[in-house]
Write a protein of this length. Structure first.
Ligand SMILES: C[S@@+](CC[C@H](N)C(=O)[O-])C[C@H]1O[C@@H](n2cnc3c(N)ncnc32)[C@H](O)[C@@H]1O
Length: 349
């Protein structure tokens, strides 16, 4: 078929008429995202987890102006986040499980971080693409993590967001990797300890540590203690560019490699190699991009997010990651799919 005449689109037979629907849906996509982000910010799902409510009650409980409350709540129904029966709104089962702040399964910490930080920063994507410069707190000076960690509230919510981000892939890591063959692990850049806790809970014979920057220590220790794991998991303060990584049978780099440029990625992989015994394993988790760089939309978008967030970070394909591991001396490296957008490279020394 020849290309449609752009001046006479409506004159085309219906079967050949091009539709802009897909393009416009993509362009308007930010509106759906922001409705969800604001609903989490306002605590809609946490309130409705206690009991279904009608619009008047929600307006009062959430402090909404009545003008657009109906549209807001019905948009959440249409987006599949709420159900409406008669006048009463209630959470869908998914929203109730993952978006009620009172439940341990809450992933809203990540949504809160997206709302408070990334939503605004992504408004400067064009500037980032033109300049190659990050568009986050670093615009006002300092490295990405230093800037984030200056504000205790931002630090806490960032670390909670990391736990939300990683909890599902941590469960898959715990289930898929042959942990019975290993005794110790170190999660380098392990943040609040969300991944370490899931692995330790699933495998009672393991002992491990979370290695991260000093400001993370109290919040990580609090998280570990809340699961009664202080006897088996400890926090090690350090900077993975200045200090050696703790020695362990398995080293995890979860959502760490993508924060850094290629030279820094290689340094971290070499440090992990040095800290492992022969037969030890490096598990590198990221939203690893498909080798053809055509299909894995989350991996490509998260890589753009590294442009927004970091000085030189980027996501990578499984083939690239495995090649870096082999160049560092690992005798084998393979990619395994995990939950959500993540995969892990398993590299054996
Ligand atoms: C994107 S988060 C990943 C958190 C966690 N591994 C996960 O998958 O959820 C990166 C982590 O690396 C830590 N980090 C950044 N620079 C570091 C450094 N130089 N030394 C040690 N940890 C660092 C940060 O504090 C943060 O906890």
């Amino acid at each position: 078929m020849s290309s449609p005449d752009p001046h006479r689109v409506s004159a085309q037979p219906a079967a050949y008429r091009p539709s802009p629907d897909g393009i416009l849906q993509l362009g308007f996509g930010f509106m759906s995202a922001k409705v969800l982000l604001s609903a989490v910010e306002l605590g809609v799902f946490t309130k409705l987890a206690r009991s279904p409510m009608d619009r008047e009650e929600l307006v009062q409980q959430l402090g909404l102006h009545p003008r657009s409350a109906r549209d807001f709540l019905d948009a959440l129904v249409a987006l599949g986040m709420l159900e409406r029966q008669g006048a009463a709104y209630r959470n869908t089962s998914e929203a109730d499980f993952f978006l009620d702040r009172a439940k341990p399964s809450y992933v809203g910490g990540l949504i809160e971080m997206i709302n408070a930080r990334l939503y605004g920063f992504w408004g400067s994507l064009t500037e980032a693409l033109r300049t190659g410069k990050p568009q986050n707190e670093t615009k006002t000076g300092g490295g990405a993590f230093q800037a984030l960690y200056r504000d205790p509230q931002r630090l806490r919510s960032f670390l909670q967001a990391m736990t939300c981000l990683s909890i599902n892939s941590a469960n898959d890591m715990a289930a898929q990797f042959p942990w019975q063959n290993f005794q110790t692990f170190a999660d380098a850049g392990g943040a609040q300890g969300g991944v370490a806790v899931q692995i330790a809970l699933a495998h009672p014979h393991l002992r491990g540590c979370v290695f991260d920057l000093a400001p993370v220590k109290p919040l990580c220790e609090e998280h570990i203690a809340s699961f009664g794991l202080a006897g088996r998991l400890r926090f090690v303060t350090g900077n993975f560019f200045h200090d050696p990584l703790p020695q362990a049978d398995v080293i995890i780099l979860g959502h760490v490699l993508h924060d850094w440029n290629l030279e820094e990625k290689r340094r971290l992989i070499s440090k992990a190699y040095e800290a492992l015994p022969a037969g030890g394993a490096l598990l590198a988790v990221d939203a690893i991009i498909d080798d053809e760089r055509r299909f894995h939309v989350p991996g490509l978008l998260i890589s753009l997010n590294m442009l927004i967030e970091t000085a030189g970070g980027f996501d990578y394909t499984g083939a690239d990651g495995c090649a870096w591991m082999r160049e560092a001396g690992f005798r084998e490296a393979r990619v395994e799919r995990l939950a959500g957008p993540d995969s892990m490279i398993v590299a054996i020394k």
